[in-house]
Design a protein around this ligand. Sequence first.
Ligand code: HEM
Length: 200
Amino acid sequence: MSVRAGQRLTERLRLETGAAHRAVERRLLQEGWLDDRDAYTTLVGRLFALHVQIEAETLRLAAELECFDSEVRTHSGLLAGDLTALGVAGSERGESTPPLQFSDAGGLLGGLYVVEGSTLGGQVISRLLAARLGLSADTGASGFDPYGARTIDHWERFKRSLDAWPGDPAQVVVGAHSMFACWDSWVLRPRSQSAMVGCQ
Ligand code: HEM
């Protein structure tokens, strides 16, 4: 995809990762991840492991990010609470660490674009989980809607920070692709498959 002069980074990310977004969205809905409690619990367990890894990467690289928003560090806590509410004790959280690493702060920023953007779809997912599984934020569905009524404000603020990023935009796009690839090959791998699968 060609880059237009003056194109905002957020616009470029939306265009260049749109197909990956649609693929993940389609798989989540069509493969039944939100249709029964066992599948959803497996998904939350994997997302918990993914966010622990994202937060470790954030700690490693965030010093270089002026636009870093510390709230991103709260997602694994919400997912841990969801697992408890779904009946998975701490000692039973057996997911291994996803093979996700960013080469630099720009890559991390791209990964965070995917994390923050997913809170928009998270609004839809929360409603589906309430309708299909009777779950609310208190009973196991807080991780997809971490900001509640502040979601849009949060997203707009994050986008402004992204567009002010002074580094190489290409690195940000690479990081966003890595995160979507991790969803595609690691988070949404077959439910029976163990974790020995890479993200690329
Ligand atoms: C059922 C699942 C999902 C639905 C229905 C959904 C829906 C949406 C909607 C309505 C938007 C805002 C409108 C738009 O710009 O297209 C959005 C944005 C976004 N979603 Fe999803 N989404 C889902 C899952 C996900 C997941 C799992 C991820 C990440 C792995 C994700 C990443 C994003 C990103 C990055 C954006 C921002 C796009 C932009 O730059 O404007 N979504 N989604």
